[in-house]
Ligand binder design. Structure first.
Ligand SMILES: O=C(O)[C@H](O)[C@@H](O)[C@H](O)[C@H](O)COP(=O)(O)O
Length: 258
């Protein structure tokens, strides 16, 4: 289990600059080693902190054609729905970089639009299995779970990550790769989500959190309070919390302001 590192930034701007550097370094490492970089996105504010990747020196130097995009969680709705994490990422990031359309794996379009959470979760898991069979996604040691290169995650004020919410059973799933929820406390209610073993098998996990509403859960998660889902986040190689000062304000003894 990788220890959690944390970096506290004075501003969201500085956080975005460092996040771009971190992501670009891993892109270069994995593109060199495997010719492929598998990246998992979440919804929420995260997408708005990826802007620096769209600018020099990254926009032209990143090997975008080798990126493969997945979602750690998705709202069960149409791709053009205002709630869609795919739409959020497409409008704010994916439409601005030359990642081939066939490398972008969103929720099944029809099942999303129909609102069929259970089948959409099954279909997404099948999609991941197919990518494992094609050696696009690696697997974690002998566990058979998929291992993504980099996951970019966010956390809600209640400490949820992906669509794993406190007090809901999805966090305890140990076999499935993708599960679903139909009564999410954060709207909209129907979502699909990676399970905890899949999230924690990633090589690198970044948890990016800003604002004071999250401060209490940041402190709880970083002292590994088990009933806070994000407190159970780990990774194979490294897990790094990217925080602004407000989100870090309830941490005891934080001082590594970048
Ligand atoms: O679909 C979603 O709602 C997300 O993937 C969710 O897990 C998000 O990452 C957190 O709720 C943080 O959201 P904010 O960054 O907007 O606080």
């Amino acid at each position: 289990m990788a220890p959690a590192k944390k970096i506290v930034f004075k501003t969201k701007h500085e956080l975005a600059v460092e996040l771009a550097k971190y992501t670009a370094n891993l892109s270069s490492k994995f593109c060199k080693e495997r010719g492929i970089f598998t990246v998992v996105l979440s919804g929420g504010d995260l997408i708005s902190w990826l802007w620096k990747l769209l600018e020099p020196p990254y926009a032209d130097s990143i090997e975008w054609s080798k990126w493969y995009i997945f979602w750690v969680d998705e709202r069960v709705c149409g791709w053009d729905d205002a709630d869609s994490n795919y739409k959020l990422a497409y409008d704010g990031f994916l439409s601005k970089v030359p990642i081939p359309a066939e490398n972008i794996y969103a929720i099944d379009k029809g099942l999303g639009a129909e609102g069929n959470a259970e089948l959409a979760a099954e279909r997404y898991e099948e999609c991941l299995k197919e990518k494992v069979n094609k050696n696009i996604i690696r697997t974690y040691k002998s566990s058979g779970f998929p291992q993504f290169d980099l996951q970019l995650l966010g956390m809600g004020p209640d400490g949820h990550m992906a669509s794993l919410f406190p007090g809901h059973d999805q966090i305890n799933e140990k076999v499935k790769w993708v599960t679903f929820i139909t009564d999410s406390p954060k709207p909209p209610p129907k979502r699909i989500t990676f399970t905890l073993p899949v999230i924690n098998c990633a090589s690198y996990n970044v948890m990016a959190v800003c604002d004071k509403e999250q401060a209490h859960s940041v402190a709880a998660a970083l002292t590994h309070t088990k009933d806070v889902p994000a407190g159970r986040l780990t990774a194979d190689v490294e897990v790094v919390w990217f925080l602004d000062q407000a989100a870090a304000s309830k941490l005891k003894g934080w001082c590594s302001v970048l």
